[in-house]
Ligand binder design. Structure first.
Ligand SMILES: Nc1ncnc2c1ncn2[C@@H]1O[C@H](COP(=O)(O)OP(=O)(O)O)[C@@H](O)[C@H]1O
Ligand SMILES: [Mg+2]
Length: 260
């Protein structure tokens, strides 16, 4: 059973898109997958077309409900712990937790505690994190997971964000979870430009062999599919990005063999 936080300090670097399509790809390969929408915007829940949310991540983090009562099944064949999009000002928001959790003793362990009773129902638990790694919610993700995938775009600003991110993850390893490891760097929205190529080379020299060989190109189908609550595999199964996500999932599964 692998628990993977998908992170970057930046928004717009395909964290949510990767979480959805990696989850869908793994599920198509017979893996049992739970996705956790841990971004305060609730984009993953929206991408999956889930409306009418009852019990959510907010209730779990407030310790007001059991995770079994919040998990729903989605049309990409993954389970989901949903987060409502923060639309109405008067409704509770996941972002409130970043403030209120600070008053709770051992708050960094709440997500871990919630997951523990159900984690063996899954082969993969993927957590789509918010684009700020120094929050109470992100700390919960670092405690609940044993792996981190960094989602990155081969452009200057996201690449700089990733280098700051490593420092935060190293501190989390030291103080919060000794078992936490960065085990993957996923490149998305890769263009055929020279900037794209040189940023990719720089990242490989910084991270070494944890950079996945399979990268995801910049394709409008990838951006369009969530509008139909579909993964790329359902939206355009014969497309290049579907093959790229499939190759990425093959690499992720192959890590199991090499990591034992
Ligand atoms: N491979 C891709 N090709 C084209 N557009 C993409 C690709 N991956 C993601 N996008 C688009 O880029 C934007 C940011 O992606 P998103 O997954 O929401 O990033 P994050 O979760 O890091 O903020 C979205 O509009 C998404 O549809
Ligand atoms: Mg997102």
């Amino acid at each position: 059973m692998r628990k993977i936080a998908i992170v970057n300090n930046k928004g717009g670097v395909a964290k949510t898109t990767n979480t959805m399509n990696i989850g869908a790809g793994l599920a198509r390969m017979g893996k049992r997958v739970l996705l956790i929408d841990f971004d305060i915007q609730g984009n993953l829940t929206t991408f999956l077309g889930v409306k009418d949310i009852g019990t959510s991540t907010i209730d779990i983090m407030n310790e007001k409900a059991k995770i079994e009562d919040a998990i729903i099944h989605t049309n990409i064949n993954c389970d989901l712990l949903p987060t409502p999009a923060p639309i109405n000002e008067d409704e509770p928001k996941l972002s409130d937790l970043n403030r209120t959790l600070l008053a709770v003793t051992g708050h960094q362990h709440i997500l871990l505690e919630a997951i523990e009773p159900i984690e063996n129902n899954y082969d993969y638990i993927l957590i789509d994190c918010q684009p700020d790694v120094k929050t109470a919610l992100s700390e919960n993700a670092f405690v609940a997971c044993n792996e981190v995938f960094i989602s990155i775009m081969p452009e200057y600003a996201p690449a700089v964000g990733a280098s700051q991110l490593i420092g935060v993850i190293q501190t989390a390893q030291k103080r919060l979870n000794r078992n936490l490891k960065i085990t993957g760097v996923v490149f998305s929205k890769v263009k055929g430009t020279n900037l794209s190529k040189s940023m990719k080379e720089m990242t490989i020299s910084a991270f070494g062999d944890i950079v996945f060989k399979s990268t995801i190109g910049d394709y409008v189908d990838v951006a369009t599919a969530p509008g139909y609550a579909m993964s790329i595999f359902d939206y355009n199964p014969n497309s290049i990005p579907a093959a790229q996500y499939k190759a990425l999932c093959d690499e992720i599964i192959a890590q199991e063999a090499s990591n034992g």
